[in-house]
Design a protein around this ligand. Structure first.
Ligand SMILES: [Cu+2]
Length: 481
């Protein structure tokens, strides 16, 4: 359609064929949905209803939560202290993170994500979402509801958005904050004395959820008692699908239900980390563990491996290397750990997930340079927050995203550095992803590395949880072991 004259210029009928049929062949029957089946996920529409063997599992905090919120956005929880903010583009962002009076991060955010589809048939070759740049992680945020999206004692943060007419609009419950138990934190049983000491791994979770058309993404910033920060992303919702003729299969995706072709695609996220390890001026080290050939003098038994640490001099990019355990360390070069003599820092191991698959000359690849490498290191610049550039909607290429920032070639030694971590999933859909997809979980684990002088969670109490109890006899009468 010509948007100006509102005139229809052409009608395209997408191909619906299977393997071996051309990109534009018109193979469909007149009744194009006759072979499609009902696909429901709403409980009252399920033919068999929901399962009946679940008992309640309550999260009870009789004395209330251990966190404290003041000045609207200042969160204090045990030794952590940070601020929570919200904006239309990125959704929830974390600012000014301190642990026990020491600065850790200046800002933490989900910067961008892209979802390119791999079906070459027109018009599907155009399918590529930039969820934060196109729709807005904040614009599309859900109104979270108690007892469903978060369990336990919940603090909700409202957001204020700008309406299309420029007026301020309150978006209630856009972010939730709660504590959760994530299994064991640390444990040791002394075999000499028989004494076991065990602590729980409690986390403080800042969560927001976005719905972008068919998909849902659940993002969580999780702070733990050992000084760790985990950025978690969960993909769920409904696959983006197209029609396929009855009985056919396709090399462009998987048939997940009658007449339903779920096309192959990728989801590639980028998390922006602006560290402030004991102050704003930091450096980035890349640590690798290399095998060493057997050698009569230095490695006579062949078991030695060497750890190489290099400081990045200039802005640049590199990729995950699980074969070298490649690790990114954000360090303060002026402050040494008194025990290890190494600079204090925080580290993460880039997730070794597949990078963007589209041909480097394709529009998909040109629009998403950030998705072509796992780690980007840049020097801070005001307003430089978006990995895929500020304007992604109908873009032809990535402008002023991380790849342009790196091209400046700034020195990144002992300065205000920014580290960008790209990871994701190559999603070749399964039948089990239909009609609604079980969550696919990613976790970027940012951990202290010689920042403290010992395990910071040593002083977590190992108190017994008094509301836990042994299963009663009546419950397991029919169990056979
Ligand atoms: Cu997917």
């Amino acid at each position: 359609m010509d948007a100006l004259t509102q005139e229809i210029i052409r009608v395209d009928r997408p191909a619906t064929g299977g393997k071996g049929e051309g990109l534009t062949e018109q193979t469909f029957k007149r009744d194009i949905i006759g072979h499609c089946k009902d696909s429901d996920y709403v409980p009252e529409l399920l033919p068999g209803g929901t399962r009946k063997d679940l008992k309640p599992l309550n999260v009870v905090q009789p004395e209330g939560p251990s966190f404290r919120i003041t000045e609207e956005s200042l969160v204090e929880w045990q030794k952590w202290r940070f601020r929570v903010a919200f904006n239309p583009r990125e959704g929830a962002t974390i600012h000014d993170v301190w642990y026990d009076g020491r600065s850790v991060l200046y800002r933490l955010s989900v910067s961008e994500m892209t979802v390119p589809y791999a079906d070459p048939r027109p018009p599907f070759h155009r399918k590529q979402a930039f969820d934060f740049g196109d729709g807005g992680g904040g614009n599309m945020a859900n109104n979270l509801s108690i007892g469903c999206d978060c369990l336990g004692v919940i603090k909700y943060f409202d957001a204020v958005m700008t309406g299309a007419d420029g007026t301020a609009k309150k978006m209630p419950n856009a972010i939730c904050l709660h504590e959760q138990d994530n299994g064991i934190g640390w444990k040791h049983s002394n075999w000499r004395t028989g004494r076991a000491v065990v602590t729980r791994h409690r986390e403080l979770v800042v969560q927001f959820i976005i719905t972008l058309a068919n998909y849902e993404y659940i993002f969580a910033y999780k702070f733990d008692q050992s000084g760790g920060i985990t950025v978690e992303s969960r993909a769920t919702g409904i696959l983006n699908v197209v029609n396929i003729d009855a009985g056919k299969v396709s090399e462009y995706g998987n048939v997940v239900s009658g007449g339903v072709l779920a096309q192959n695609h990728q989801h590639i996220f980028c998390v922006r980390i602006d560290p402030a390890i004991d102050g704003p001026n930091n450096s980035v080290q890349v640590e690798e563990s290399h095998p060493v050939p057997m050698n009569a003098v230095t490695n006579p038994n062949g078991n030695f491996y060497k750890v190489n640490t290099e400081t990045m001099e200039r802005a640049g990019f590199f990729d995950a290397a699980p074969e070298l355990n490649r690790t990114v360390k954000m360090v303060n070069p002026h402050k040494k750990n008194p025990i290890s003599q190494k600079p204090v820092g925080y580290k993460f191991i880039p997730l070794a997930t597949q990078r963007l698959l589209a041909d480097p000359n394709s529009i998909q690849a040109r629009r998403a340079q950030f998705a072509q490498h796992h780690v980007w290191v840049t020097k801070y610049r005001d307003g430089e927050l978006y990995a895929g550039g500020r304007y992604t909607l109908q873009s032809q290429e990535e402008i002023e995203g991380v790849s342009d920032a790196v091209k400046r070639g700034d020195s990144v030694v002992d300065t205000d550095v920014v580290v960008w971590s790209t990871f994701g999933i190559t999603h070749n859909p399964r039948v089990e992803d239909w009609p609604v997809m079980p969550v696919e979980i990613f976790q970027l684990m940012i951990r202290p590395a010689d920042f403290f002088t010992a395990n910071p969670s040593l002083d977590v109490p190992s108190d017994k949880n008094v509301s836990s109890r042994v299963v009663g006899n009546d419950c397991c009468r029919n169990a056979h072991i």
